[in-house]
Design a protein around this ligand. Structure first.
Ligand SMILES: [Zn+2]
Length: 99
């Protein structure tokens, strides 16, 4: 899945520019601002976000099923990574909207 150039404003020096982000760990978009070399993480693309929500829902469901059978369910490493990604994504989007 190729990333498209996005219009961004540097949170550091307020310069605006258009750049193609790199894909970082867990699918976040990573930008390296050309003028001040500030590294900024941008939210997930919608495809990644949707996929993570679906996986998180499946994991939540399997935990509920486990609990209903008297077993304790754990999300596992992948589940934890996805929950982390969704929380992080929400935080990044909130901080970008507040600029
Ligand atoms: Zn900058």
């Amino acid at each position: 899945m190729a990333l498209q150039a996005i219009h961004v404003q540097c949170t550091h020096c307020q310069h605006q520019f258009k750049e193609i982000p790199e894909r970082s760990f867990l699918g976040f978009q990573k930008l390296d601002f050309p003028h001040c070399h500030e590294k900024v993480i941008y939210p997930l693309t919608s495809g990644f976000r949707t996929t993570y929500f679906i996986i998180a829902a499946v994991i939540a469901l399997s935990i509920i099923v486990n609990l209903s059978q008297g077993q304790i369910g754990f999300p596992g490493l992948i589940g934890l990574a996805i929950i982390y990604a969704l929380i992080r994504d929400w935080q990044i989007r909130k901080s970008i909207n507040s600029i």
